[in-house]
Ligand binder design. Structure first.
Ligand code: XIL
Length: 344
């Protein structure tokens, strides 16, 4: 039995696709994706720096292939992501002299970006991460260019433009560490604010790039409950469980760049048995939690297929050997794979 079959009455089970997979040059991955997953999301090629590298010059080749693959294989296709402070081209925010554009110009650029992309895939991409990572762990707004120029308004605007371009598509707010209580508070306020304005929001995406110890299952559960009580579905959008020590601990003060440190890369030759079983239990705890709340959860997407493909090998420290996913470096399903299926 496959993963998608095992969970078919519960929620979609998704994975990312990178360029090798989209272009069909990594056949081993493709076979697994087709067999095991009911939903896909592009790992990078639908971010704004790739879709609109220069103003008005859209590049759709990779995204088109990705969407075709999903349609052919009857998958629930996710668009990631329309408005994000990262992997966004510089031109988005500045005029010819390099000065910040006015609010009106930025609105126009957002509208053009969102409308062009969402209408191109209308009816085919079933859900969009409309806004990604706009709120900090302490509940404040990220001081991004979108925020600097437009203030809090950029969020409802983005959802409005997306809704106008495809009224049928599901629209999501997506973020990481979305279990910090202050962050939960602001995100649920955003949900309520959109709803009170009559603007669609269907789900909150919890990225779920989690570590071995933090967050606790309790903390995570409280967030799932809070989001669903605010009237939206919960998507687990970027699940991976790093087996490596985190340089951040539970501190809300997250730096962007962390230097390589040999001590932070202890398992180059594989996970010791005790770490391995702790890691498995962590996966089981999370899936148990998702199953418990299956009525509120629309989708669980893994951020990557095999360990060698995972972004976690290079984040937050470059050049480590991490083991965050369900398939090993030989494309083989790990023991946890069957255990998760049994849970279902
Ligand atoms: C990551 C990709 O996995 C990397 O390949 C890329 O270099 C950087 O972005 N939050 C998100 C994802 O919403 O888009 C990010 O993906 C991981 C964190």
């Amino acid at each position: 039995i496959s993963l998608k079959k095992a969970f078919q009455d519960k929620f979609y089970i998704g994975t990312t696709m990178n360029l090798e997979q989209i272009h069909g040059t990594d056949q081993k991955s493709i076979d697994i994706i087709k067999k095991q997953f009911s939903s896909i999301v592009a790992e990078n090629c639908m971010k704004s720096m790739y879709l609109q590298p220069q103003e008005g010059k859209f590049f759709f080749d990779d995204a088109d292939k990705f969407v075709e693959f999903g349609e052919k294989n009857e998958m629930f296709i996710i668009g990631h992501t329309l408005i994000w402070h990262s992997q966004v081209p510089d031109w988005f925010f500045v005029d010819k002299n390099g000065k910040n554009v006015s609010p009106e110009v930025l609105k126009q650029r957002m509208k053009n970006h969102i409308t062009t992309i969402v209408s191109r895939y209308k009816g085919r991409v079933k859900g969009w991460d409309v806004v990604n990572e706009a709120i900090m762990e302490d509940g404040s707004y990220r001081k991004s260019k979108f925020y600097e120029i437009l203030g809090e308004e950029f969020i409802p605007l983005a959802f409005k433009y997306a809704q106008e371009a495809d009224p049928e598509a599901e629209l999501y707010y997506n973020d990481y560490n979305e279990w910090y209580p202050e962050k939960v508070k602001t995100v649920t306020q955003i949900v309520q604010n959109l709803k009170s304005k009559g603007i669609r929001i269907d789900g909150v995406g919890m990225q779920a790039h989690v570590g071995m110890d933090s967050p606790s299952i309790n903390e995570y559960e409280e967030a799932i409950v809070a989001y669903s009580e605010s009237g939206v579905k919960v998507n687990i959008t970027e699940l991976d469980i790093s087996a490596l020590p985190s340089p951040w601990g539970t501190s809300a003060n997250i730096a962007d760049k962390v230097e390589y440190d040999e001590k932070m890369n202890p398992y180059k030759k594989g996970l010791p048995a005790d770490v391995q079983s702790k890691w498995e239990n962590r996966y089981l705890d999370f899936f148990q939690l998702f199953l418990k709340h299956k009525k509120d959860i629309r989708r669980v997407t893994l951020w990557g297929l095999t360990d060698s493909q995972s972004w976690k090998n290079d984040f937050p420290i470059k050049g480590r050997t991490d083991y965050p996913l369900l398939f090993d470096r030989q494309y083989k399903a790990k023991p946890i794979f069957e255990k998760i299926i049994k849970l279902s």
